[in-house]
Design a protein around this ligand. Structure first.
Ligand SMILES: [Zn+2]
Length: 419
């Protein structure tokens, strides 16, 4: 029996997909290129093939479904990601892929029946490793696609067990060889908001106008292993103490700046013994702000914190790796197109910057990009409690369908991006 309404079809897909990697807490465990991610990818490719798409797995495992309606014409691209955080929620990324899939089915039906004649083709994509939980950096597959990250760097990234992206993608049967060889005109993504701004403003849809900058650092502290009892306090080089000073300093920076988010995660300490002073620590630091100038100033204060921690503890510290993602504005005509689409389908919108990273940020650097948010009940994100109400899931589907309809008939054609 086939599902009868667009909401039935979306919810049936959503329940099927949510079973893949489902955990006992009501969330999903579907980190990038794990067996569960592989199963989710196979579920998606089967659904895309049933909808009439041609599948291509690219050089970093991104999964594409091409709907070629107009022979040789370039593509409008839409999608998000199926990978999750550890013990993650069911909606992050997955909702956007499902909404894109369902919109493509709907538009494809309209092409088949002759109800609609697009100028451009449509492709649905599941980007590899958006989350950056198992492998860093995050937003990996879309960054390789856009040329912002080298394929060899991405495939060489290792998880905590020293498994590379190349090995993990090969193991699940999703390491492709080549770019798609197609031309792309524009990108559209819908994602759950991961915050409470839409609920607070009592609107049904977010139109993203810009993205916050994010600076990320992997730090390593090297002190000296010694006896927690016998070693005189003045002689200790305690790498855990140095880390603690930086952790509390980073949080203090965030406390006195306005629009600024900071966090320290992934603390590891060696050796692990109750009576050995910690010789080495590693941790990850993130600084995020809407404005680059603010973030450069905060980075200077953060570097000062590292120097202070060194002076006070005699422990050395180094930034092993760092990433600077700049703040960016989204495509002005895309924002205008989304406003018109929302008004055509009768949805109230809010306009906002995205604080979180998304694949659309990578795409926005190379082609006209539209980014939409659907409300997150309770604002939960990267948590099993993530929830988007059915009515909001349907509103988002209606909206992305309208946006894709408009993009696929956009006049001009703009710049074509081949990848
Ligand atoms: Zn996401």
């Amino acid at each position: 029996l086939s599902a009868s309404t667009p909401l039935d079809r979306l919810m049936s897909d959503f329940h099927e997909l949510s079973r893949i990697g489902a955990n006992a807490l009501g969330g999903v465990e579907r980190q990038a290129a794990t067996a569960a991610d592989g199963a989710a990818r196979r579920w998606l490719t089967a659904a895309l093939v049933r909808a009439g798409a041609t599948i291509h797995i690219d050089q970093v495992g991104n999964v594409f479904g091409f709907f070629e309606w107009v022979a040789g014409a370039p593509y409008v691209l839409t999608g998000s990601h199926l990978d999750s955080q550890p013990n993650g929620g069911r909606f992050d990324g997955a909702y956007g892929v499902l909404a894109s899939l369902d919109a493509a089915r709907h538009l494809s039906d309209d092409v088949t029946t002759g109800a609609w004649a697009p100028t451009w083709n449509l492709a649905v994509v599941d980007w590899t490793n958006e989350e950056g939980a198992r492998f860093q950096p995050s937003v990996m597959g879309s960054s390789v696609f856009t040329g912002g990250l080298a394929r060899e760097v991405a495939l060489g990234a290792e998880d905590s067990q020293n498994v590379t992206v190349r090995q993990a993608l090969t193991a699940i049967g999703f390491l492709g060889e080549a770019p798609t060889g197609r031309d792309f005109l524009a990108y559209a993504e819908i994602h759950v908001e991961q915050g409470s701004r839409l609920t607070a403003q009592q609107t049904e849809l977010g139109i993203v106008t810009g993205s916050w900058a994010a600076f990320k650092y992997d730090l390593e502290f090297t002190g000296e292993q010694s006896h927690t009892g016998a070693t005189p306090m003045a002689q200790r080089k305690d790498a855990l103490l140095a880390a603690a000073l930086v952790i509390s300093g980073v949080h203090a920076l965030a406390a006195d700046a306005g629009d600024f988010h900071a966090s320290v995660t992934e603390l590891e300490a060696y050796p692990k013994s109750p009576n050995v002073v910690t010789a080495r620590t590693r941790m990850h630091v993130e600084l995020r702000a809407p404005d680059m100038q603010v973030l450069w100033e905060l980075e200077a204060r953060f570097l000062e914190l590292l120097r202070t921690a060194h002076r006070e503890t005699a422990v050395t510290n180094v930034i092993v790796r760092n990433w600077h993602r700049e703040a960016a504005a989204y495509w002005p005509e895309g924002i205008e197109l989304a406003r018109r689409a929302a008004s055509a389908v009768g949805l109230r919108t809010s306009e906002m910057a995205t604080i979180s990273g998304h694949d659309s940020i990578a795409l926005n650097s190379v082609m006209p990009t539209v980014m939409l948010f659907t409300p997150s009940a309770g604002g939960w994100a990267h948590n099993v409690n993530e929830l988007t109400e059915e009515a909001d899931m349907l509103n988002g589907l209606i909206m992305i369908t309208q946006v894709l309809r408009d993009l696929c008939t956009l006049s001009g054609g703009g710049v074509r991006f081949r990848a």
